[in-house]
Ligand binder design. Structure first.
Ligand SMILES: CC(C)(COP(=O)(O)OP(=O)(O)OC[C@H]1O[C@@H](n2cnc3c(N)ncnc32)[C@H](O)[C@@H]1OP(=O)(O)O)[C@@H](O)C(=O)NCCC(=O)NCCS
Length: 293
């Protein structure tokens, strides 16, 4: 199995011909594929026609589409979708990492979720995907000292997507929140690239530390459902945390821990635990996409 993260290949392939933040349809295979899926849904499900038009078929690019989908979900009577779109567009123009995250995270869902083989599914429906993209905007605002708007987005996202991610937390690319419900992340936590996290995971403090007090999750980690990781401890790259574990101590790289409190149960069998969910369908979906580039 290749150790190269697949979404990087995918991003490189899409960027190679894209050239700017608003690539046109013919030059952006991911955008082309999403539009094809939307046209197919449009033909089969008339009740979704308005949603499909507003979020995909009348949009200019993948980025424009994602911004409108997420803003549409976050909007309410007090802060409109148009306001959120405007803030998002400014953030995208200033921070190319947000765009890279949009793309890597959607590719990560297709690669790792055995129940999903269409880009339109995370794009339209998956609250984990929407929560992470909302966090990318909140984090941008936090770094710009626009604290109130950042916290507003955190609270709105929390209401809608059942995740609570502090805007100061640093989250890499290719991050997949499967189900996402109950995911809680403290302000000084870090999640590196290519991490998969199941529902009801906490990256929190012990209550005994101040300052830098939350976990640092390194590249390629898989965190099972219900795991609680507490304190400023490192979860080493390509390690696994078993479902229901309470992790209070550093986890070495390529290691599996389980239990309460968590203990080492094995060295990781594979190099890519973050891709362990079900590789067969994910591989097929990925191949059928990349071969069409
Ligand atoms: C940890 C995990 C990845 C399996 O890793 P593995 O290296 O294949 O581990 P094994 O199944 O060989 O088990 C090794 C030991 O850990 C124990 N173990 C495995 N998972 C455990 C868990 N969640 N809690 C406590 N102990 C666990 C096993 O009982 C076994 O103990 P033993 O050696 O005394 O018999 C898997 O059990 C897990 O927790 N996956 C997360 C899945 C998830 O969150 N699903 C939710 C879907 S909605």
């Amino acid at each position: 199995m290749s150790s190269k993260p697949r979404h990087l290949t995918l991003i490189a392939a899409t960027r190679k011909s894209a050239g700017d933040l608003h690539p046109n349809l013919g030059k952006d295979p991911l955008w082309r594929k999403l539009r094809e899926e939307a046209e197919d849904s449009f033909a089969r499900e008339p009740n979704l026609a308005r949603l499909l038009r507003a979020t995909i078929l009348e949009r200019d690019s993948l980025e424009d589409a994602i911004v409108h989908r997420v803003a549409g979900r976050l909007a309410n009577d007090h802060v409109s979708a148009a306001q959120i779109v405007a803030v998002f567009e400014r953030a995208l123009a200033r921070d190319p990492e947000i765009v890279a995250g949009f793309r890597a995270d959607i590719a990560a869902v297709i690669d790792r979720d055995p129940a999903c083989d269409r880009f339109i599914e995370p794009f339209l429906y998956f609250k984990g995907y929407h929560a992470i993209q909302t966090h990318r905007l909140a984090h941008f605002l936090w770094r710009e000292q626009r604290t109130d708007l950042a916290l507003y987005l955190q609270s709105r996202s929390s209401d809608l997507f059942q995740t609570d991610i502090h805007p100061a937390a640093r989250i890499g690319k290719g991050v997949f929140l499967d189900h996402a419900t109950g995911f809680v992340v403290g302000a000084t936590a870090t999640i590196d690239d290519d991490v998969s996290i199941l529902q009801n995971v906490t990256l929190g403090g012990t209550g005994k530390e101040t300052g830098d007090r939350h976990p640092k999750v390194r590249r390629g980690v898989m965190i099972g459902a219900g795991a609680k990781i507490l304190g400023n401890i490192e979860i080493g790259e390509f390690s696994r945390v078993a479902a229901g574990s309470v992790v209070l101590q550093r986890v070495p790289a390529h290691t599996t821990v389980a239990g309460v409190p968590a203990k080492v149960v094995s060295a990781a069998q594979k190099n890519e635990p973050y891709r362990d969910m079900d590789q067969i369908l994910g591989q097929l979906a990925y191949d059928s996409f990349t071969y069409s580039i």
